[in-house]
Every structure is written in structure tokens, then in C-alpha cells.
Design a protein around this ligand. Sequence first.
Ligand code: SN0
Length: 315
Amino acid sequence: MKLFSSVNDVVDVQSLVKEALHLKQNPYAYEHLGKHKTLGLIFLNPSLRTRISTQKAGTNLGMNVMVLNIDKEGWALELQDGAIMNGGTVEHIREAAGVLGQYVDIIGVRSFPGLKNRDADYSEDVFNKFVKYCGVPVVSLESATRHPLQSLADLVTIEELKTKARPKVVLTWAPHVKALPQAVPNSFAEWMCRADVDFTITHPEGYELCTDFTNGATITHNQDEALADADFIYVKNWSAYEPYGKVFGGYEDWMLTNDKLKPTNNAKVMHCLPVRRNLELSDEILDGQNSIVIHEAGNRVWAAQAVLKQMLETL
Ligand code: SN0
């Protein structure tokens, strides 16, 4: 694998999931693969799980891992071609990415959307420029429109904890006070549409996701109806796709509570984290028996390790 930016970069999703679960049982079986290989993790935005789990995954494979919070510790980056750089930006992404590619064998990049210009965000301008100019394999650590390492860990978690062959998985919108990206729900939706699950998305009117990611999902504005018989509930806030980046306000009653779990099949509750307690998810859910959010975050290591292993094998 030379690029991991979406589910479309994966030849066989099911075998990648199996690989992650195999690595969970045998974390150090492939430490020879990464000997004298360097992984560079470049962050333009904050991170906890992605940074530490991917660092751990690389280390388990015997790699040296370097992290650069380029937004805080690097030179201010220019992204526009043809720019006359007489303002605040100091280094063009062409040089920054090109130079990083000289030092490392695989690069991970995190770059959130601006949520102002939909075409710019959905063209994946920043991520694609890194891919173009660094000259080494690239793994997405969450880009403007997708978070594939998270989605792979989510699918691994569902595969590991499901109690029936084809579980019902529900993605439900949750309230928030800020405009958040559509990356996590887009990505979760496109991975679930490729998995052997019965997949439903529920959100208030106005929060429709881009249909490129939801092909094959059942979509409803009725949360109660969606949650009936659910085996897994994936909770996430996102801002509107149209009008882009908008937050409508209200809908506080969309927060998941124990009461809402009653018509489910004792559903396991997932969230990519970070989660704002008692806004997106109640204390009673997060501290209760049904929450698997910590377990899910633990699986981020094995998802990242499966992807890095496949990249190392084709270096
Ligand atoms: C990010 C998002 O894409 O929703 C990262 C999730 C892995 N989340 C946030 O930016 C949360 C920010 C906040 O203020 O709650």
C-alpha cells in the first residue's frame, strides 16, 4: 500500500480487519519490518489518540517515529501556488513536504477542514499536496473529509465485539456547540457501506451528509425509529454539508441517554473521542455498561499497525 486516505485505497477490507486483530494478538511479530525505517507524523491540528496510537504502532513494527506539530513548531506554511510570499507565510508546502520526504520513509498527515469553502475542503487540497510533494507513502491521520484510521479501528471493534453475523449499526448525530468537520461521519459511513452490517444513519433535518459517502445506508430523521434493535450505536456531531459548515442550534434532545437505549438490542455505544460530556454524550452512557469508547480507542493501535505493516511490505 502506497497511500491510505480512504477505504478506496484498501484492496481487501476484510483481510485488513483480520490483520489488525492478528496484530492485537501478536504485537511484536513483525518488528524486523521497520528496522532502519522512519515514520514521520505531521500534525496541523491537535491530536491525542491518533498521535499516540500511530506512534505506538510504528514502534511495535520496529520503526523510528518522529512527530512534528507543524502548525505550532514549524514555519508558517504557504499552500497557494504562485503566491508572492511577502506576508505571514514563510515556507511553501512544496519545500516543506519535499524535505520531510528526504528524512522519513512513511509520512502521516493530519489536516482538518476550514469549514468555510466546501470545494477547497472536499478537494483535499492540503492532504493531496503533501502526497504530491513528499514522494513517500502517506497515511491520513484525518484529512478534511475523512478519518480512515479511525474508521478501520471502528470496524475492527465491531468485528471483535459483534454477537451476530450481520449486526445493526446506527450512526446518530449528537448535539455540540461548535461547527465540527464531517470527516468522521463521512468516513465511518463509507467503511460501514463496505462492511457486512445493516447500516442506518439518523440526524435532524439539515444535517444530510454528502451522498458520495452514504450509498447503501438507510437514512432517517427519526432517531427513535433508527435506534430500534441497534447492536452498535456510533455517536458523533457534525456541521451541515449544505449550507456548508452551518450549525442550526437546538436538537439538544438528540443526546443519547439510557432511556434511548431501551428499544435497542442492549446496544454498544461508540464514539471516536474527544467527547464533550453531557452535551454530545451523557455521563450515564459514558460511565455505564454499554459504552465501549475506551476499548474502541485501544483498537486504534492495531488499525494503524495493520496499515503501516502493509506499507512497509511494499516499500
Ligand atoms: C474532531 C472532529 O473531526 O470532529 C476530531 C475527532 C477525532 N473533533 C473536534 O475537533 C472536537 C473539538 C471540540 O471542540 O469538541
